[in-house]
Design a protein around this ligand. Structure first.
Ligand SMILES: Nc1ncnc2c1ncn2[C@@H]1O[C@H](COP(=O)(O)OP(=O)(O)OP(=O)(O)O)[C@@H](O)[C@H]1O
Ligand SMILES: [Mg+2]
Length: 242
């Protein structure tokens, strides 16, 4: 595989859903590439298709038309085993609604993906402790999800997504449940870890200030991407828009 292949490439991605007799076209030809080390904000009004796009980029859903490339590999050609191993080793996912395992504590939730990948228990535990501490949860290691606040659970979900040191982090409003101050701290730490480890990230957010801190902003509008690399099309103060 070429070294220069983007970490993620979406080509003419179309996604439509059938609702009764109606066809709802959510993504109408999305083109996007993310290079190694880039942290990209994904903006767009509610219902514009951010979560749908992240699910498709994360191989959790199939596009109706178009193609996804991860590290230059055409994903429609992959068999189930390869898709699973890419999801496990190459991608990290923070969902809009975290889905931690309720019977396991914070430490175990972050250790598990590593154990499944074949890491030794001690190594997995050390990394899980390190990640959780970086996210301010060193005193919550033994807490199960039900005994943590929404924001704490969200931070465990972030640590879990980073557990296997993925090449690409896909995050859907990762700090959406946090109060503004905690959100800033957690987000800064998330970006620090991403930058330190040289991974790339595509992060959906409604928070324009957080988006400003990323390398690049892309906005979903009318089912297509507007790249904000060169100029800002959307006024910063358009509260209703975001
Ligand atoms: N499985 C589905 N069947 C039918 N319609 C769907 C399905 N999933 C998503 N949609 C529709 O696709 C549109 C985009 O949804 P999506 O969740 O991707 O938006 P979003 O940009 O993530 O919004 P938000 O900012 O509110 O999270 C919505 O109008 C939604 O109703
Ligand atoms: Mg969403």
């Amino acid at each position: 595989m070429s070294k220069k292949a983007p970490v993620l490439e979406l080509k003419k991605v179309i996604k439509s859903f059938k609702q009764g007799t109606q066809k709802l076209e959510v993504l109408r030809g999305v083109d996007l590439d993310i290079q190694a080390g880039e942290v990209v904000a994904l903006l767009g009004p509610s219902g514009s298709g951010k979560s749908t796009m992240l699910q498709i980029a994360g191989l959790l859903d199939q596009p109706t038309k178009g193609e996804i490339y991860l590290n230059g590999q055409k994903c429609s050609k992959l068999n189930d085993a390869l898709r699973t191993s890419l999801r496990r080793d190459y991608l990290g996912f923070v969902y809009q609604y975290h889905n931690l395992l309720s019977d396991f504590d914070a430490l175990e939730n972050v250790m598990l993906p590593q154990l499944i990948q074949g890491k030794k228990r001690k190594v997995a535990e050390e990394r899980a402790k390190w990640l959780l501490s970086r996210l301010g949860l060193e005193k919550r290691l033994k807490h199960r999800p039900a005994t943590m606040s929404g924001g704490e659970q969200q931070r465990v979900a972030i640590a879990r997504a980073l557990a296997n040191a993925p090449k690409l982090l896909l995050a859907d409003e990762p700090t959406g449940n946090l109060d503004p101050k905690t959100s800033d701290i957690v987000f800064a730490e998330l970006v620090n870890i991403v930058k330190e480890t040289g991974l790339s990230a595509l992060i959906a957010t409604h928070n324009f200030d957080l988006a400003e801190k990323m390398d690049r902003k892309v906005t979903l509008l009318d089912g297509k991407i507007i790249d904000m690399r060169a100029s800002a099309f959307i006024p910063r103060d358009s509260e209703n828009f975001y």
